[in-house]
Ligand binder design. Structure first.
Ligand code: TEU
Ligand code: CA
Length: 548
């Protein structure tokens, strides 16, 4: 396959509500993003994945859309959206929109019309069923946001299906009229010159509700190929599907270019590893490097010949990378850099979630009243009612709750972290006076400048883009090491992901009388031979001398 721009790209994810508030109403907006494009150009990213900015009653912070072709008033206007696309483009940055078509808002005209009458031409855009024999929900399927996945509509005496909140009714993708309407909307945005789509819970659109099949339904890949032909074909754009159900083999089906579906998917195996089998994300399990490396190597191998990986530690639904996989205290900076180095050295497209580039940590709010996320608040209420203790639930929320990623971006040490003139919609991280963008830009050794160098390196080192991946030290509990080779060039990526000094015998593949250091955040290694001593969270990428 001819190399695609997005294979060598680094994508920056923006959660608009929390990025930058330009008009002082406590909520981030498009003007705030436009004002920070120079910052992102300095960082060196090639694309922005923009979480939803569409018209929405904000029941789920925009993932509940009431008009796909208009902008939420609190975020700005369509004109500002076009300015963002143009101004980002002038800086070589493409805008990747969030496509949320598993469901709409219950305020979307399609649903308002559908609910108004059984004869509505939009009734079949949604999934309606008769009550169960006891007059209750048709079955016991659950919503991800707690409670039943069925909501009763007294007017029609029927239930509608919603895998997320009851204000996010699922679209019925068995209805071709839904396909046409969504394809028309996608082409409307693509014709505006966007760089592609991130596709929300796209593995759920092939659901067969009556068979209780939600993820990875039998028609899913057919729907994606149809969508590709109707919208993406012939356009040099990127598509990344959010697929919680994906396996390495499944990812190959999604991203093998010969199948003409997607460019890549987000898989979450490395995330759910730290979740409790019974209690899920609400009981956090420690991060185990060996298990993590096993997952990474399986995905790297599965997509080596065809398909493509996405690479990420965090996003707007996940805790901060340093808090989850690194060290929030003494080694916050070193662990942030080490996590970045070992992730960006892999084969795939790296994603940087806003704030990750300055090493932000989870906020650890004291009270449940400080949290805003619908999933967190719903599950808090539901699990406490089911007997879970407040302490245990708060521990789960502090470890894995989605608001961990949604605190306002701290631009400087001024009030509200320089996010905006008014008190933000959610409290800032308590440490914004120390950990903020202004401080990071001013410090050449900061996490920010490490990310800038790392992103630059990917542009200069084709072996980091297309090089083969070869894992090393699979069973080592603290060190993550692997080779990337392209042509005669051999790069080694080595990282100690522990707060301890580690010493180990070098694997033969790493023996190199002299090395060319490409990036390191402790002293640059000059050679690799015999034994290797690594300081806490030390990591580097070096070019090995050609084999004798
Ligand atoms: O997320 C899908 C999803 O299932 C996660 O939101 C959820 O948190 C899960 O339990 C993992 O923790 C997508 C969007 O990323 C999310 O923000 C939306 O809330 C959701 O879909 C509905 O659109
Ligand atoms: Ca605002």
């Amino acid at each position: 396959m001819q190399r695609k721009w997005w294979q060598g790209a680094v994508v920056y994810q923006i959660y608009p509500r929390s990025f930058c508030d330009a008009n002082g109403d406590g909520v981030g907006d498009l003007a705030g993003i436009i004002g920070k494009l120079d910052y992102l150009e300095t960082l060196g990213v090639d694309a922005i994945w923009l979480s939803p900015v569409y018209r929405s009653p904000m029941d789920d912070n925009g993932y509940d859309i009431s008009d796909y072709q208009d902008i939420a008033a609190e975020f700005g206007t369509l004109a500002q959206m076009e300015t963002l696309i143009a101004e980002a483009g002038r800086r070589g940055i493409r805008i990747v929109m969030d496509l949320v078509v598993n469901h709409t808002s219950d305020e979307h005209p399609w649903f308002v019309d559908a609910k108004a009458s059984k004869d509505s031409p939009y009734r079949d855009f949604y999934i309606w069923r008769q009550p169960g024999p006891d007059g209750g929900p048709p079955d016991d399927q659950r919503s991800y946001f707690g409670g039943s996945a069925w909501e009763y509509d007294a007017a029609s005496g029927e239930y509608y299906f919603h895998l997320f909140s009851r204000r996010q009714p699922d679209l019925d993708w068995e209805n071709p009229a839904v396909h046409e309407a969504v394809h028309r909307m996608m082409n409307w945005w693509l014709d505006k010159g966007i760089g592609g789509f991130r596709m929300d819970v796209i593995d759920l659109i092939g659901k067969e509700v009556d068979k209780q099949i939600t993820a990875d339904g039998p028609c899913l890949h057919g729907l994606l190929r149809q969508m590709h032909e109707a919208t993406l074909a012939g356009r040099d754009v990127v598509t990344v599907g959010e697929t919680w159900s994906a396996t390495p083999e499944g990812a190959r089906l999604y991203s093998d270019p010969a199948r003409r579906e997607l460019s890549m998917v987000f898989s979450f195996e490395h995330v759910t590893q730290t979740w409790d089998a019974e209690h899920g994300k609400w009981r956090s399990r420690p991060f185990e490097l060996v298990a993590f490396k096993r997952v990474v190597s399986r995905w790297q191998a599965a997509l080596a010949e065809a398909g493509w990986n996405s690479l990420f530690w965090s996003n707007h639904d996940l805790p901060r990378a340093v808090s989850k996989y690194g060290d929030e205290g003494r080694f916050r900076v070193e662990s942030a850099k080490a996590l970045a180095t070992v992730l960006h050295g892999l084969r795939g497209t790296p994603y940087v979630y806003q704030g990750e580039e300055i090493g932000l940590v989870n906020p650890r709010f004291d009270s449940i009243d400080d949290y805003r996320d619908i999933e967190t608040l719903n599950l808090y209420r539901e699990r406490i009612a089911a007997g879970e203790t407040h302490e245990a639930m708060m521990a789960g929320i502090r470890a894995n709750g989605r608001d961990n990623a949604r605190t306002p971006m701290p631009w400087d040490a001024s009030e509200h972290g320089g996010f905006g003139k008014a008190a933000p919609w959610i409290r800032p991280n308590p440490d914004y006076a120390e950990v903020n963008v202004a401080a990071a830009l001013a410090d050449p050794d900061s996490v920010f400048h490490h990310y800038r160098r790392l992103i630059r390196l990917r542009k200069d080192e084709e072996a980091l883009v297309l090089g083969d991946y070869r894992p090393l030290l699979d069973e080592h509990p603290e060190v993550f090491a692997y080779l990337r080779t392209l042509g005669g060039r051999r790069l080694a990526v080595v990282g100690n992901l522990s707060p301890r000094d580690v010493e180990l015998a070098l694997p033969a593949e790493l023996e190199s009388a002299r090395v060319r250091c490409l990036i390191a955040h402790y002293d640059a290694p000059q050679s690799l031979s015999g034994r290797l001593a690594l300081r806490p969270y030390e990591a580097f990428i070096v070019e090995l001398a050609p084999p004798p």
